[in-house]
Design a protein around this ligand. Structure first.
Ligand code: SF4
Ligand code: SF4
Length: 172
């Protein structure tokens, strides 16, 4: 089972620190002063409504609709997560349309070597290329975000089933 990051809406205060950390984690220069409105493309988005404030991010779906919709095979299951192979993306937007959570984004990035812009399908990659795990989790001041390990989840489910079975047995 895939790993994924999940948020507790009850703890989120809508400060958007997670969005900034996400952008910085994926920025080559690692320079806050290089952030602009145009290049600010976080892979999770804080949504604020009258009733709830919470980050929305990729669920790392096991049978990922985005991957199934991609004709360029640019979205793959890899390292207990769903990853985009940017070199294959042609910017057709099929993945955006397919994702039920609105977790996929499409951005144009400068590609100076080619003297033109390059399109990228962006979603949470669980910061797999960074040391120490997802950056959003590390910076959240209220600890509203946490990572669920797929393997741990399976173990928890097995334990719950065992407890449920014991409960049934002892009530007899
Ligand atoms: S981008 Fe959407 S469809 Fe694709 S794995 Fe993430 S949540 Fe699932
Ligand atoms: S936008 Fe890119 S990743 Fe998304 S479906 Fe099209 S080719 Fe695949």
């Amino acid at each position: 089972m895939n790993d994924f990051v999940i948020a507790d809406p009850g703890k989120c205060i809508g400060c958007r620190t997670c969005e900034v950390a996400c952008v910085m984690a994926h920025q080559k220069e690692q320079a806050l002063e290089k952030l602009t409105v145009e290049n600010f493309s976080p892979r999770l988005r804080v949504v604020k409504t009258a009733k709830v404030t919470t980050p929305i991010q990729c669920h790392q779906c096991e049978d990922a609709p985005c991957a199934k919709a991609c004709a360029a095979q640019a979205i793959v299951q890899q390292d207990q997560s769903v990853q985009v192979i940017q070199g294959r993306c042609i910017g057709c937007k099929a993945c955006l349309m397919a994702c039920p959570y609105g977790a996929m984004d499409l951005v144009l990035t400068a590609a100076p070597a080619q003297g033109e812009s390059k399109v990228e399908a962006l979603k949470c990659d669980l910061c797999r290329k960074q040391d120490g795990g997802p950056s959003c989790i590390k910076v959240c001041p209220t600890k509203a975000l946490y990572e669920v390990r797929g393997s741990k989840m399976v173990e928890q489910m097995q334990n719950r089933r065992k407890r449920a079975a014991l409960g049934v047995t002892s009530s007899r």
